[in-house]
Ligand binder design. Structure first.
Ligand code: GRF
Length: 210
């Protein structure tokens, strides 16, 4: 099967690295065809190049509208035969041109148990709210910010004395485990979207947890 992935980033790229590692060591049977960043200085672009993956800086500043930028992304992704798009710290709202080109084929990872704490600074929001458990969510991307069908969630405890930074570091460890698992689940098939619910059949749930 070996689908071709496009990964969109804006910065550090540690989740990108987790996906690179998973494709390299056989946990994820897929090829990362291209990494695109809307910021030219994103460290993740170097991670891609170091792994021999095409890395493209596509700054959004040169586009008159968000839709124009999304159309440019679609063009680059389709030119590489990408069938699945992974957002990994991509700090842009994704609009209809991209979503329509890849229906139910765009994933995002978010550092909270959605629908709690969508948007920016999810870990700071969790600290300020005083929750005792937060976590990570991988979901399908729709036009609703951080609101698409949930593929996998994992809980991460909030410890007394945690700051947004210490909590973020603990959540990030779980992110790196769960993102490759979620991509593998999507790639393997055996799932459907029912309303706002992502429903995996029993077989794919088992294969995602082994
Ligand atoms: C992660 O916490 C991810 O959940 C969020 O942005 C951060 C990206 O980190 N969407 P990295 O660039 O993957 O290191």
């Amino acid at each position: 099967m070996n689908p071709r992935l496009g990964v969109l980033i804006s910065g550090r790229g540690s989740n990108l690295q987790a996906l690179i590692d998973a494709t390299a060591d056989g946990r994820l049977d897929a090829t990362i065809a291209i990494v695109i960043s809307n910021r030219a200085d994103a460290a993740g672009l170097q991670r891609a190049r170091a792994a021999g993956i095409e890395a493209l800086a596509l700054p959004h500043g040169g586009y008159a509208t968000r839709d124009d930028y999304d159309r440019a992304l679609v063009k680059e992704l389709q030119a590489r035969g990408v069938s699945l798009v992974c957002l990994a710290g991509f700090m842009r709202l994704v609009g209809a041109p991209l979503i329509d080109a890849f229906p139910n084929r765009i994933l995002n990872i978010h550092p909270s148990l959605l629908p709690a704490f969508p948007g920016r600074d999810a870990q700071q929001q969790a600290i300020e709210h005083g929750v005792k458990v937060s976590g990570v969510t991988v979901h399908l991307v729709t036009t609703e910010l951080d609101g698409g069908p949930i593929i996998i969630q994992r809980a991460v405890p909030v410890m007394p004395g945690d700051t947004a930074e210490t909590l973020a570091a603990r959540i990030l460890e779980e992110e790196h485990r769960v993102y490759p698992e979620a991509v593998r689940l999507i790639v393997n098939g055996g799932w459907r979207v029912d309303g706002r619910r992502f429903v995996a059949d029993a077989r794919s749930q088992i294969s995602a947890s082994t």
